[in-house]
Design a protein around this ligand. Structure first.
Ligand code: VG1
Ligand code: CO
Length: 560
């Protein structure tokens, strides 16, 4: 039976502008009549003529409204001329798994249903983003086009009575007004696990995890935080690497993440931190809702900053078969990320790039063969095996480093600092502030720090004095396509290399979140406590930004 395409009249909704990583709003916003339909139609149209006859990947982190949205995307895609959809079973695919699938299947792109580290459930957040054919998040020019279409939209196309059961793996073909359309519901984890097996030496890791190689098993605590990684964690760490059941927790993806805030940091992954602090584990790790972020802690909850994690992995890349085979190209980090990896790059004679916040800025450099490893201070680490950050990949990389060195995490870090010195780093988040005063704060601060007399000024606190070397609102020209991104964060660099960065989050769903990043390098004094070492600079940052005055907050919501 041939199914017919229906043209449905609609009107634009305001504010469908993708942020740092897709459109994120409350579920109640997405479920308004035609809201999701409009946005998905805009994504499809933004692909232009390439859409007709294309293959797309669809899946998400399993949060509330994922399944309904996935089914809706099937009906819209069918009506808009897509030939084939690869849909994760039950709508489940981690963000890195989508990236891998797009590349593996040479798809035109993928629609990812996630609000990542934002809480889920009917009262919380949903999100949609588009990844392009290189597997990476759509670049600014593309998301601007999506947004433009949402502001002008008058109709969307739908095959209303297309029935599809995405709970079962299998292929179903349809005839849409005389043209074939195929939906393949795929196992959510199989392709990703295959990909990890190509990158890492699973046989060696299995002997290391089980203790066959060392005489004692590696004691792991992997916390999937009820996010999408649960299914992947069970297959990789239990079934393939032979870890014991007690090595993994919260491995059932739940629509509301079981009430957890699936953001792997010291505040929201407190349960993991408290458990590992008792001293019974060699490594602890947690992921965010969609599986692209990771937090690594060592025995007794020794915290590895994401900036250090990146630098250590860069230093030991030869421990991973993928890099032995493909070679090591350059490294990169987002601007607010501490520059520990730069020092490794310098030593190894590699190019190091500094890009704006958001994984979309790494893609061109990877596609051009100039970049193989990159990271963000926001618990993002990844390589050019895909075009997204990859939480499970990062844990496998760390276990590979432990196996390679025969050392524990704390020792690995201390040795690293003794060679390179240490970048002390912290980030203060002030979540859900009122928007207007935050915008005013940024405008006021930008004016102050870009005034000519600001350079050369000295600030003192806690017995330390910092002299301003340069200050700006960070802008970036992509070395490959020369596209320019402006106003990416206020940055003050002092003469000793220490930095203060202030920017507003682009992933929240309501109000404003202020992020304050503090970074300070010490060549010799590497064993201090970060909170103590950074206190003077934090005080100076609060003074220059006048943050307490503008936000009315005298303490951050989250410190990492
Ligand atoms: C945050 C992080 C950024 C990250 C982005 C998406 O953005 O700071 O580094 O790339 O989230 O991560 P913002 O604009 O809120 O600071 V995820 O795991 O949401 O896909
Ligand atoms: Co995420």
């Amino acid at each position: 039976m041939s199914l017919t395409v229906e043209i449905v009249a609609t009107k634009p909704y305001e504010g469908q502008k993708p942020g740092t990583s897709g459109l994120r709003k409350k579920v109640k916003v997405f479920t308004q009549p035609n809201y999701t339909e409009n946005f998905v139609q805009a994504i499809l149209e933004a692909n232009g003529a390439a859409l007709v006859g294309s293959t797309l990947v669809v899946g998400g982190d399993g949060r509330f409204y994922c399944k309904e949205a996935a089914e809706l995307i099937v009906r819209l895609s069918a009506a808009n001329g897509v030939s084939k959809l690869l849909v994760g079973q039950n709508g489940i695919l981690s963000t890195p798994a989508v990236s891998s699938l797009i590349r593996h299947n040479k798809a035109l792109g993928g629609i990812v249903l996630t609000a990542s580290h934002n809480p889920g459930g009917p009262e919380n957040d949903f999100g949609i983003k588009f990844n392009c054919e290189n597997g990476g998040p759509a670049p600014d020019a593309f998301t601007n086009l999506i947004y433009k279409i949402t502001t002008e939209i008058k109709q969307y196309k739908l095959v209303r009575n297309l029935q599809i059961d995405i709970t079962k793996v299998g292929v179903t073909s349809f005839d849409i007004a005389g043209k074939p359309f195929t939906v393949e519901v795929i196992d959510s984890v199989a392709n990703y696990v295959r990909h990890m097996e190509e990158i890492f030496d699973f046989a060696k890791l299995k002997d290391f995890v089980s203790g066959k190689a060392t005489g004692k098993p590696l004691k792991m605590r992997i916390d999937a935080m009820n996010g999408v990684t649960g299914s992947y964690v069970r297959e990789i760490f239990l079934n393939r690497l032979g870890a014991t059941e007690s090595s993994v927790v919260h491995t059932t993806p739940l629509p509301d993440f079981g009430g957890l805030h699936p953001d792997p940091n010291l505040t929201y992954a407190k349960d993991l931190v408290d458990t590992v602090a008792q001293g019974d584990y060699d490594i602890g790790a947690a992921f965010d809702g969609d599986g692209d972020r990771n937090m690594i802690i060592g025995s007794k909850a020794f915290f590895v900053t994401p900036s250090d994690s990146l630098a250590v992995i860069a230093h030991y890349l030869e421990a991973i078969p993928y890099f032995q085979k493909n070679g090591v190209q350059g490294f990169a980090r987002s601007m607010p990320t501490a520059s520990a990896v730069d020092l490794v790059g310098r030593k190894l004679g590699k190019e190091v790039f500094e890009v704006p916040t958001g994984w979309k800025y790494f893609g061109n450099l990877m596609d051009a063969g100039r970049l193989c490893l990159c990271g963000e201070e926001s618990f993002g680490t990844g390589s050019n095996h895909i075009r997204e950050k990859d939480g499970i990949w990062a844990v496998l990389a760390w276990i590979s480093v432990m196996q390679h060195t025969g050392k524990g995490i704390e020792d690995i870090l201390k040795q690293h600092w003794s060679v390179y010195g240490r970048n002390y780093f912290t980030r203060y988040d002030y979540e859900e502030c009122a928007s207007d005063p935050c915008n005013e704060m940024v405008a006021t601060m930008e004016k102050a720090i870009t005034a000519p007399e600001f350079v050369g000024k000295s600030y003192s606190s806690g017995g330390k004095t910092y002299k301003v070397k340069e200050a700006d609102n960070f802008s970036y020209t992509d070395p490959v396509d020369k596209s320019v991104a402006t106003k990416q964060g206020l940055r003050i660099v002092f003469e000793d290399g220490s930095r203060i960065v202030v920017r507003l989050s682009g992933t929240g769903s309501s109000g404003a979140t202020v992020r304050l990043y503090i970074d300070s390098y010490e060549k010799e004094n590497v064993l201090g406590q970060a909170s103590v070492m950074l206190k003077p600079l934090i005080d100076i940052a609060l003074e220059i930004s006048q943050l307490p005055k503008f936000t009315g907050r005298n303490a951050p919501t989250v410190i990492t």
